[in-house]
Design a protein around this ligand. Structure first.
Ligand code: ZN
Length: 493
């Protein structure tokens, strides 16, 4: 399928600070790199928002007919605790605390990451490379940067020379910082570090004796710097210059700034044409942080085991909640906001479920389906504006409800068009599923049937059968209660 030519997407490019028309380098192919998780902890809800945002971009580009190569890495090595290339490796620290091997930490939290994102119905990327699987490429990259004159070695460690880079380019252009201001504001005095300048960053670090994750290199037994892996893996799978680079807002500086410096150092061109950053998620109006207790994990939302929400919310409702805000806006999650989203989600899904049973009329439709469809595309083409798309979907659902209630009519042709477009936008583009509701619906029907059979058995005094139904259901965690009027059930948690 070719790319539909009438769809022109505008993307807000963090590099220029404005919306730009999206033109891929290779016609109908799109290369997209998104910084993945550091796998030393259960995936944070804020990170899930970032990956859901890029899942929407991936899905929408595919929906338009682009062939997308989506690369999202797993950071499983060399991630030090602070930006100044000091402190302990986060994975090694967790390994020490949990008394397991660093690669067990990596495995445990990679599995958690995949499981959680699968619950949110995000599509897997085309390639998911790991940092430890690309040590050779990273060492090669350090050599290239040194050959180009931008890297220097001090006692087995290699650093990127930011001042040298700034002579021919502008370090800080993505995050809107100026190197002179950074130098002016730095408190570090010369002589405290082996770097020539505090702004320089590590490409390769010599490992201290206690450091577990280490690899041989021409400079020392050590490990790659934080920013190096993304340049090594993005250029390997997408080339020196590709279309989209994304990540959370917090990665703009220094991580993405350093990636731009590394990329330009080896190829004289900016690595990505469009830089996209997803904004953060707050909880009850405040920044989420484990240390303050203002924090909630995805699984705690799904299970209801938390002190913040009144009851559990499904992954689909949580995903829908996130899509009701634009990815560049700060989004605040709270019990009330989730309750409202749950209502909206079931209204949307109910609209979809009654589509098939709608009666069609011969006369004209009281709804301009073609115009509505165009408005949906205009919303998504305007920097992937999911809240406006959702507002349009609700307009259609309202009309569907009116047809169902006999207040409006629709022709067969328009119903087919409206139905397929609604399904495409809800399922393919927004990635929302009805699955969980179906399970509840099936369970409810089956239980009602069993209750009916049990009542029949009791009426004909076949207590062996009626007791068996009650006892077997109780074993399965479903408790029946006989009231004066009817029998109800509760599920044992
Ligand atoms: Zn990265």
């Amino acid at each position: 399928m070719g790319v539909s030519t009438e769809q022109r997407i505008q993307i807000y490019n963090s590099l220029s600070g404005s919306k730009e028309e999206f033109t891929p380098i290779h016609n109908q192919m799109v290369g997209m790199y998104v910084c993945g998780p550091t796998v030393y902890n259960n995936v944070h809800l804020g990170n899930c928002r970032t990956f859901i945002s890029f899942d929407i971009i991936f899905r929408y580009l595919k929906h338009l007919g682009y062939k997308v190569r989506y690369v999202r890495n797993i950071t499983d090595a060399g991630h030090l605790e602070n930006d100044a290339d000091e402190g302990e490796d986060r994975i090694a620290k967790k390994a020490r605390i949990e008394e397991i091997e660093p690669m067990e930490v990596v495995q445990k939290y990679t599995v958690d990451f995949h499981r959680t994102l699968a619950k949110f119905n995000t599509l897997p990327p085309s390639i998911e490379p790991t940092a430890t699987g690309h040590i050779v490429e990273q060492i090669e990259l350090v050599k290239q940067i040194m050959d180009a004159g931008y890297g220097y070695e001090v006692d087995g460690s290699v650093y990127f020379d930011v001042l040298k880079f700034n002579e021919s380019s502008a370090y800080g252009k993505l995050s809107g910082r100026k190197l002179e201001d950074m130098i002016h504001n730095t408190r570090e005095t010369s002589g405290q570090s082996e770097k020539r300048n505090p702004q320089d960053f590590a490409l390769w670090k010599k490992a201290q004796p206690e450091h577990i994750m280490r690899w041989p290199s021409p400079w020392s037994d050590g490990f790659p710097g934080w920013h190096l892996e993304c340049t090594a893996m993005s250029t390997k799978y997408l080339g020196n210059q590709f279309d989209i680079h994304g990540g959370g807002m917090d990665l703009k500086f220094p991580h993405h700034e350093c990636e731009i410096a590394q990329g330009e150092a080896i190829s004289n061109c900016s690595p990505a044409n469009y830089w996209i950053h997803a904004n953060m998620l707050t909880l009850n109006g405040k920044k989420m942080a484990k240390s303050t207790g203002n924090n909630i994990l995805p699984n705690e939302i799904f299970s209801g085991e938390n002190d913040i929400m009144d009851r559990p919310f499904s992954p689909a409702v949580t995903r829908f909640f996130m899509l009701q805000a634009h990815y560049r806006s700060v989004l605040d999650i709270s019990n009330d906001a989730m309750l409202a989203s749950e209502k909206g989600f079931s209204k949307l899904m109910h609209g979809l479920s009654i589509l098939e049973s709608l009666a069609t009329a011969k006369e004209t439709t009281g709804f301009d389906v073609a115009k509505w469809k165009q408005k949906c595309y205009i919303a998504m083409n305007d920097d992937f504006n999911t809240p406006i798309l959702i507002a349009n979907l609700f307009d259609a659902v309202k009309f569907v409800q009116n047809v169902n209630d006999g207040r409006e009519s629709i022709t067969k042709g328009d119903l087919d068009e409206l139905g397929s477009s609604l399904n495409n936008f809800v399922h393919d583009v927004l990635g929302l599923t009805q699955e969980e509701q179906k399970v509840d619906h099936y369970l409810e029907n089956s239980l009602n049937l069993l209750i009916e059979l049990r009542n029949d058995a009791r009426n004909r005094k076949d207590f062996a059968t009626s007791d068996k139904i009650r006892d077997e259901l109780a074993k399965a965690g479903i408790l029946l209660q006989d009231g004066a009027q009817e029998t109800t059930y509760t599920l044992k948690k």
